[in-house]
Design a protein around this ligand. Structure first.
Ligand SMILES: Cc1cc2nc3c(=O)[nH]c(=O)nc-3n(C[C@H](O)[C@H](O)[C@H](O)COP(=O)(O)OP(=O)(O)OC[C@H]3O[C@@H](n4cnc5c(N)ncnc54)[C@H](O)[C@@H]3O)c2cc1C
Length: 472
């Protein structure tokens, strides 16, 4: 059965409840692509994610001169233990040997992109469903179908057109198996379904009349293709149909969480959090690689990454003599650990640094002892921590409450010419709440009305004094 991620949490959907009596299925896309198996032997290529696909494949936000490169896991440390009672996610710090990247100059705040791959078990089950287990490791190419009438049709660059890959590699490296299903895809899946009830379910979901059901199941509950294959056992699509409809498996960004001065330039660290249920594709892959690293210490375990373009969310030589206000929630602390380690090692760093961090519980606060040590050694002039699951009513639970408590002094520091405020949070909702907290601070300290404070925040952004890193 496909959809292993539901093993702890079975997928329960009564498909009969979503079959309409009257509907017009969405018109499926014309099929433009076909998969052809190669008859000649192919030179073995280094399996590296989406490299060796189309020659024109671009890697989003790649820094000039860098392509995805194999780097090696050096160490993995659990920073936070998952806790179901407080819905705390496991957090891991990964040290990577990046000597293969060559001369790579990075600064605190920079990010790298990791190439994900889909879970091999899910891929194996999918190959079974597509009934191509025998050909799973034979080389194939994707090309325009001979009867393709669409003049503008092209094979997407993330699919192999010249140098061959196997169906297993295409499903593992190239296609996003968890993407939001388009109605045309649902309609095409219905056409490959032999059971009449299952076919009617998929076709209803694809129809205009089924928009409410599409909203509930696909957009709100987030059912993906794997879930639908689990629900519709008689649906048997072809590989060509999947390459036609599934989007590219995109690289995911991660913040570098150390200073280049802290360790040799051959090394960098990232910190990631992983959900216990329905873990994401990349984080699940990283977990599997860590397990492999722990089991086979002799053999290095690799993953593919590339440096991303730098932006203003950085702590560079220019900022050394200025002040910083750092605001983070949860794993959002990761880049600031790099800022602070950098400041500790820079004689020239003379400014004030204030850090505000929120976590669910004290156990979920990343590197709490290190933060206290930085406070004790005056790397941090102010450290304010809060816990959203705190049961003490008088304690602030959210960073925006801490900001408001400090409103007068915070705004005074913020308005100094050399001060930069950095916010790092995973999700638009958290950063919005922080922005509202900052707006209230400006109102309180400068006696502004709401509109004036909003305008002031806008100006701070434009001046580069308010910088955000949002992990959407
Ligand atoms: C500039 C930038 C820097 C980033 N830096 C970091 C970093 O340093 N550390 C870090 O952990 N992440 C960071 N992220 C987020 C990261 O890129 C991934 O989005 C995240 O790790 C989930 O990837 P995935 O492939 O495992 O999940 P996907 O398969 O893409 O996830 C599918 C769905 O599950 C949700 N999801 C998956 N995992 C989680 C999770 N752990 N918490 C909440 N929701 C989740 C996602 O919102 C998504 O809707 C950053 C993002 C950006 C844009």
């Amino acid at each position: 059965m496909v959809g292993v991620e539901h093993s702890d949490n079975p997928l329960v959907v009564d498909i009969s409840a979503y079959i309409l009596t009257e509907y017009v299925p969405a018109k499926p896309l014309e099929s433009n692509l076909e998969v052809v198996f190669s008859t000649t032997d192919q030179a073995l290529s280094e399996k590296c994610g989406q490299l060796n696909c189309g020659d024109n494949l671009k890697f989003p936000f790649a820094r000039a001169g860098y392509a995805p490169t194999a780097v090696y896991i050096q160490d993995a440390k659990e920073l936070v233990v998952a806790d179901a009672a407080t819905e705390t996610k496991r957090v891991v710090e990964l040290s990577l040997n990046i000597s293969s990247l060559g001369e790579f100059d990075y600064e605190p705040g920079d990010t790298v992109a990791i190439l994900p791959s889909n879970d091999p078990h899910v891929v194996a089950q999918l190959l079974h469903r597509l009934d191509i287990v025998q050909q799973a490791d034979s080389y194939c190419l994707v090309r325009l179908a001979l009867n393709c009438a669409k003049k503008s049709a092209k094979v997407p660059a993330h699919l192999p057109t010249t140098s061959a890959k196997t169906p297993r590699e295409i499903l593992t490296d190239c296609l996003s198996l968890h993407s939001v299903l388009q109605k045309q895809f649902l309609s095409a899946l219905a056409r490959c379904t032999s059971d009449s009830k299952e076919r009617a379910f998929l076709a209803s979901l694809s129809s205009k009349q089924g928009t409410n059901h599409y909203q509930t199941l696909i957009l709100e509950r987030g059912l993906c293709m794997l879930d639908l294959l689990e629900l519709c056992a008689s649906c048997q699509p072809t590989l060509a149909l999947l390459v036609e409809h599934l989007p590219r498996l995109l690289p995911r960004p991660y913040s570098i969480s150390n200073s280049p001065l802290e360790c040799s330039k051959q090394m960098l660290r990232i910190i990631y959090s992983i959900r216990t249920h329905k873990a994401g594709v990349t984080t699940a892959m990283l977990e599997a690689k860590i397990k492999q690293h722990e089991e086979q210490l002799q053999q290095p375990v690799k993953l593919f990454l590339y440096p991303r373009i730098q932006n203003a969310f950085r702590y560079t030589d220019q900022e050394l003599t200025g002040n910083q206000i750092l605001i983070a929630v949860g794993t959002g602390l990761a880049p600031f650990l790099g800022f602070l380690a950098h400041k500790q090692r820079q004689q020239l760093a003379t400014g004030e640094t204030w850090l505000y961090v929120g976590a669910k519980t004290p156990q979920a606060m990343l590197k709490q002892q290190q933060l206290l040590d930085w406070q004790a050694s005056s790397i941090l002039q102010r450290l304010r921590l809060c816990y959203s699951r705190s049961s003490t009513p008088e304690e602030p639970k959210y960073v925006q409450q801490l900001l408001e408590e400090d409103a007068e002094q915070l705004v005074e520091l913020l308005l100094q010419p050399s001060t930069i405020l950095y916010v790092c949070a995973d999700g638009a909702k958290i950063s919005k709440s922080i922005e509202e907290g900052l707006r209230r601070c400006l109102q309180l300290a400068l006696h502004l009305d709401e509109m004036e404070a909003v305008q002031r925040l806008k100006e701070l952004r434009t001046q580069g004094k308010y910088r955000e890193d949002l992990w959407l």
